[in-house]
Design a protein. Structure first.
Length: 268
């Protein structure tokens, strides 16, 4: 037990060091933990940034007056079929509407078509315009199939009809009826988006469609014809329509679209 004095000395020294640490080096007491949980700060939903607002100017309403009764309030969207049929009848005075249009739920169909033109396919059950009369024409033997140029004549009546319209008047009518188009767009699942912005975006998409000259080669793996060029086949539904209708028709359609874009994109 000769080591007892040394052991006691170590214990005493340890106690002294502990006392010194306690009085001189004790860390600050931690802040008490708050048990109350504050609710997270949730930012209010951001308003959609509208790039091209629709607010018809008096001069535009004057352009619409010959066709649209400005004194009448807008119908409800679900009750707009008859007013739209009457309006289109006045706008296309010398045309047979049922040759081109599907008038039932016309506004909703138009909105669906616009929204889907940049996508791979158009929903066939929601088109506002009827299928082009006649069958799609191809010529040549398997392995060398091309679009028959005679096919392009099928689209000429519709292109002529569109070209005959007064662009400013059509846009003025659209702006007057715009709340109905916006409601239909929101009903598609876009409550925070602005339809006129989407319309201009789609017009720009179509204007950038490539120009394809004859011969345009096809393949027919099954019942339907496909473009043999994979770059053409990968195009959106809207751009494929422009190619199928032929170069001359496509050039004229793009010219019409530019005119509409100029009127639709005016910032008020």
């Amino acid at each position: 037990m000769k080591n007892w004095p040394a052991l006691i000395g170590f214990v005493v020294v340890g106690i002294i060091l502990a006392v010194v640490w306690w009085f001189y080096y004790q860390p600050e007491k931690p802040e008490p933990v708050q048990m109350t949980v504050k609710p997270p700060v949730v930012a209010p939903p951001a308003e959609p940034v509208i790039q091209h607002p629709v607010a018809p100017a008096p001069s535009e309403l004057e352009a619409a007056a010959p066709v649209l009764d400005l004194e009448q309030p807008l119908p409800k969207l679900q009750e707009s079929d008859m007013p739209m049929a009457e309006l289109l009848g006045r706008l296309f005075a010398d045309q047979k509407l049922d040759r081109f249009f599907i008038l039932e739920h016309f506004i909703e169909r138009f909105v669906v078509m616009v929204d889907n033109l940049p996508r791979p396919q158009l929903p066939k059950t929601h088109r506002p315009i009827k299928q082009t009369p006649g069958a799609f024409l191809a010529r040549g033997e398997r392995g060398q199939l091309t679009i028959d140029p005679a096919n392009y004549r099928r689209y000429v009546p519709l292109v002529k009809m569109l070209a005959s319209l007064d662009t400013r008047q059509v846009v003025a009518i659209y702006k007057r009826l715009y709340p109905l188009f916006q409601e239909a767009y929101e009903n598609l699942g876009y409550p925070d988006a602005y339809f006129n912005d989407r319309l201009i975006e789609v017009i720009d998409h179509l204007l950038e469609a490539p120009q394809a000259s004859d011969p345009i080669y096809l393949v027919q793996p099954k019942a339907l014809y496909l473009f043999a060029d994979p770059d053409l086949e990968a195009l959106s539904a809207g751009r494929k329509i422009l190619i199928r209708c032929g170069l001359e028709n496509a050039i004229q359609i793009k010219s019409i679209l530019r005119d509409y874009r100029k009127e639709l994109a005016i910032k008020n």
